[in-house]
Design a protein around this ligand. Structure first.
Ligand code: MTE
Ligand code: MO
Length: 348
């Protein structure tokens, strides 16, 4: 097999991932039968360039800018000694589902042709960004906070960096050093990354090294050229099934999936086995968190063999429901339409 220059450090076995250049998408069947969190070995990776190897003994996080009274520098042990918080939160690429603009709507968009696997939910632990900003004496006039990554500059655009409004930065953003109870893996931002609940993945800057706090609005290629005007994530659903999965006729089967929204809790999930003519409510129980996903299941006993597709649609607490068609988007962000998941019903 031809191995391109390794831009991702962890193994990317074919049964867990589909590789797209510098990035890798989780195969949804890899979540089948698992608990709430996505294990790090199968969490998707979206790299603009290459995973850097960072020495924690010399690593520092600088907080500076005209929006703080006393610029600060924190080392890794300083952060670990501070009060911490733990959140179960999804990180999802804005382009998750981009492929379906082409395959379902015949109006494709350039960029990584993700299926639905550019999302994962992990248990993140770290220091609320708010604590660090307060330590640096954040001023009432602060407007924007600009986190910058330590990975190599991206093409001619410099280091990956994207401003966050101060209100979000002071709300629920985490400066995370743990993923699922372990130090962050290199591919997911070791030693420290941001975790920005409910927002597009690009907000959650990995390999964090610098935070500028500004009293003026800030602009970088990541809020003017790329990911312009995208903040929160829309409603989506996926089955924990392989693409073109084979299911024996009659079964009965218990089909499982997960639904999520960056804007609030999922309140309803429905599944159609007849191309959208009728919908049945899926069952779900257990807690459901904001900015993560809701696992669900539904029983099904197919009566005839042959190719079919399955459809799932969710509704969140704001009333937003997945449409059958998503309005076109020039960059292919925010595909939230119901995905037609192909399967084959076969003789058992
Ligand atoms: N420094 C840095 N941060 C980054 C990126 C990057 O390339 N460099 N990619 C962003 C994008 S586009 C996404 S979707 C998420 C992906 O996080 P993951 O690779 O841990 O899944 O990281 C974001 N943070
Ligand atoms: Mo992304």
């Amino acid at each position: 097999m031809k191995q391109a220059m390794a831009t991702i450090i962890k193994p990317l076995p074919d049964h867990l991932f589909r590789v797209h250049g510098n990035s890798a998408e989780m195969r949804w069947e890899a979540m089948s039968g698992l608990g709430y969190h996505t294990p790090a070995d199968r969490f998707f990776v979206r790299n603009h360039t290459t995973t850097p190897i960072i020495d924690v003994t010399t690593w520092q996080l600088r907080i500076h800018g005209d929006g703080v009274r006393c610029p600060r520098v924190f080392g890794y042990e300083d952060l670990r000694a501070m009060p911490s918080r733990t959140f179960d939160v999804a990180i999802e690429c804005a382009g998750n589902g981009r492929r379906f603009y082409r395959t379902q709507q015949h109006d494709g968009a350039p960029g990584t042709q993700w299926g639905l696997g550019a999302i994962g939910v992990a248990r993140w632990r770290g220091v609320p960004l708010r604590y660090l900003l307060k330590e640096a004496g954040v001023l009432p006039g602060a407007v924007d906070v600009l986190p910058t990554g330590l990975d190599a500059p991206f093409e001619g655009y410099g280091h990956v960096r994207r401003p966050l409004p101060i209100a979000k930065a002071m709300d629920d953003v985490l400066v995370a050093y743990e993923m699922n109870g372990e130090p962050l893996p290199p591919d997911h931002g070791f030693p420290v990354r941001l975790v920005v609940p409910g927002w597009v993945g690009i907000a959650s800057i990995k390999w964090l090294g610098d935070i500028e706090v500004s009293t003026r609005e800030l602009f970088t290629p990541w809020n003017t050229v790329f990911y312009r005007d995208v903040t929160t994530q829309p409603v989506k659903s996926a089955f924990e099934l392989a693409w073109n999965a084979r299911l024996p006729v009659m079964g009965p089967h218990v089909l499982r999936g997960r639904s999520w929204s960056g804007r609030g809790r999922i309140v309803r999930v429905e599944v159609s086995f007849d191309e959208g003519m009728s919908w049945r409510a899926a069952e779900h129980h257990g807690q459901h968190l904001v900015s993560a996903w809701l696992p669900w299941h539904i029983a099904w006993a197919p009566r005839r063999t042959g190719p079919r597709f399955l459809m799932a649609r969710a509704t969140d607490e704001t009333g937003a429901t997945q449409p059958l068609v998503t309005p076109r988007h020039p960059f292919g962000y925010h595909f939230d339409a119901v995905v037609q998941h192909p399967i084959h019903v076969v003789n058992g």
